[in-house]
Ligand binder design. Structure first.
Ligand SMILES: [Zn+2]
Length: 599
């Protein structure tokens, strides 16, 4: 009994709230070179409900592998009240369960939230942000939620800096935490609400009220039978949708009464999708060539649609040598000088390119030519907004991760200027200042098993950025009208802008990350059937599209498998994932359905 009392005293001491007026200290664990370690206690500066920590880069020992920052609020015993929410939407509670750890692999924002009996806060990393990983671990019955700065021996290019925005320790929800970060982003003018931005931007205004419809036109086999392609061994390109056939899609949209859509042509360029980047031109003749593309764009625009296209500046293929554009000089270099290979795509082996070189050599000229073809709207550049910035060690064009971010933002800003908007693959913060649309915010599949220490997936990103960045929430919500009802409910619950994709499947082997069901248009029957499925999305979105311009103010469960999402105009959506109807006031929310209410 005595031992037990001593243990509880010890724990009580560890977890007791600081006395009023007492300074708060963060505990920093430095993992140094050669297996050494160091612990520092650093007093936090405090001002107006925000505590802050700064470690000057000169005070970070050379060769540091990682630095964990532990705030006294962010530790809890298993069984205590509270929760943690990471920027990728992964949410967990301090329930009793086996020990484990979770490292958020998708640092889509520089913020996360935590609430324990000792307080609640939104944690915002403002210095060394690209090195910060959001972590939770559970050991010996104690949860710890913290950022870990993974330097891996690199010299820091910036001070380590964190702001802890303190919230109501008893009532703060993840919605409060997200709103805190939204205010922070709006306050420092990193982002502006769509409502303001659409006023003087016709293309953005159109896009905010229109579904995204991607059409994959052509591609070479994936994975490639010729990893390093040249004029002799370049594989043939499959033509799925020629420019003329795209005109038939437009006709069918009109015929079925779809009046608004933003089309994005994918693989219109030489060699099709991922064909020969950074070579884009000439427009592929097998799809009809430039004259037919111009006709197709004009036709779609005359019918009232917006048309943009897909390009890429992060990936380069040796196949670009066919057009005389391959040059190892523009590739990103890893530490030690090696070039960095990615996967196998249509163009063969993918090599990472340096954004500074891409900006200086390609993007400006490409944008002028692409604009001249007639494309206007949210111009899509693949990859950038779904990856963390990468350092480049090429002697002629070195970049820190911050440098990578800056050059990427320049490319994005030029796209906004040339076309009216910039779209990319995800919702990463480093480029959010110039991002108008994220193709998929999360690769998590709703309903799939969550990682260790994670209870469920919540719209944390959307609570921050709905009404600021248009988006589709999940890869699995692509073509949602041909998917299971969960995809539809998740799209609506998370405030998504519907995204349809003709020929989303194109790999000969491996997984189809947008799901196995697809939209095709090989025959006129297939075309009519596919457009009919798009029409369902159109009709649904017509009733909800106004919410694209509103903030998502709150989200949470009303009961098991029933959620309420509330927007800044007072509209709420109740989504019911149960097998039976759910009574909401006087309304019955159907099983696997939703109702829209104004309370
Ligand atoms: Zn470089």
């Amino acid at each position: 009994m005595k031992n037990r009392t001593t243990w509880w005293l010890l724990v009580a001491c560890l977890f007791s709230p600081a006395a009023p007026g007492a300074e708060t200290q963060a505990k920093l664990y430095f993992k140094l070179a050669a297996g050494r370690a160091e612990t520092r206690h650093v007093a936090l500066a405090s001002r107006g409900g925000v505590q802050s920590l700064r470690v000057a880069k000169g005070n970070i020992p050379p060769g540091t592998r990682s630095i964990e920052v532990h705030h006294p609020i962010a530790t809890a015993r298993a069984g205590e009240e509270g929760f943690y929410v990471f920027c990728n939407g992964m949410y967990g509670t301090f329930q009793e369960r086996p020990s484990g750890s979770y490292r958020n692999p998708h640092q889509v924002m520089d913020a996360f939230g935590v609430r324990t009996p000792r307080g609640a806060m939104t944690v915002i990393v403002t210095g060394l942000r690209y090195e910060a990983c959001q972590m939770v671990d559970l050991r010996d019955g104690v949860y710890r939620v913290y950022p870990r700065f993974e330097l891996n021996g690199e010299a820091p290019y910036d001070d380590l800096a964190i702001e802890f925005h303190l919230l109501d320790g008893e009532r703060a929800t993840y919605s409060d935490m997200a709103r805190t970060y939204r205010r922070f982003q709006l306050g420092r003018k990193v982002v502006r609400p769509l409502k303001e931005r659409v006023r003087d931007n016709r293309e953005l205004a159109y896009a905010a009220g229109a579904m995204m419809v991607r059409v994959r036109m052509g591609w070479k086999p994936v994975p490639s039978p010729a990893p390093e392609q040249n004029a002799e061994n370049e594989p043939p390109m499959k033509v799925a949708v020629s420019f003329e056939r795209f005109g038939r899609i437009v006709d069918e949209f009109k015929k079925q009464g779809i009046d608004r859509a933003e089309f994005c042509l994918v693989g219109w360029n030489i060699g099709g999708h991922d064909g020969r980047y950074p070579q884009i031109f000439p427009v592929d003749a097998r799809l009809g060539g430039e004259a037919k593309l111009r006709e197709a764009i004009s036709k779609a625009q005359a019918a009232g649609y917006q048309v943009v296209c897909h390009t890429n500046y992060s990936d380069a293929y040796r196949a670009s040598q066919i057009g005389g554009l391959w040059d190892e000089g523009y590739l990103l270099r890893a530490k030690g000088g090696s070039i960095v290979k990615g996967g196998q795509w249509g163009g063969g082996t993918m090599y990472q390119a340096c954004p500074k070189c891409m900006y200086e050599r390609f993007s400006k000229g490409d944008f002028a030519k692409i604009r001249d073809l007639g494309f206007r709207g949210l111009h899509y550049i693949d990859v950038y907004s779904t990856v963390n910035p990468r350092a480049c060690y090429a002697p002629g064009h070195p970049l820190t991760k911050e440098g990578f971010a800056e050059w990427t933002r320049r490319i994005a800003a030029d796209a906004q200027k040339a076309f009216g908007g910039f779209a990319s693959e995800g919702g990463f913060d480093y480029v959010v200042s110039n991002l108008d649309y994220g193709l998929y915010v999360s690769f998590h599949v709703p309903g799939a098993k969550t990682p260790a220490l994670i209870d469920r997936h919540v719209p944390f990103w959307h609570l921050v950025y709905n009404g600021i960045v248009l988006n589709n929430p999940y890869t699995s919500t692509t073509n949602y009208t041909v998917k299971d009802p969960t995809a539809r409910l998740k799209l609506v619950e998370f405030g998504g802008r519907p995204m349809f994709y003709f020929y989303s499947k194109f790999r000969d082997a491996g997984t189809n990350w947008m799901g196995d069901r697809d939209l095709t248009c090989t025959t006129d029957e297939e075309l009519a059937e596919s457009v009919c499925m798009v029409k369902r999305g159109y009709e649904e979105f017509e009733k909800l599209k106004r919410l694209q311009l509103e903030f998502m103010e709150s989200h949470g469960p009303l009961a098991d498998d029933v959620f309420k999402t509330t927007f800044s105009d007072g509209t709420s959506i109740i989504t019911n994932y149960r097998a039976a109807p759910y009574e909401y006031g006087s309304r019955a929310v159907p099983s696997m359905g939703y109702v829209v209410v104004k309370d």
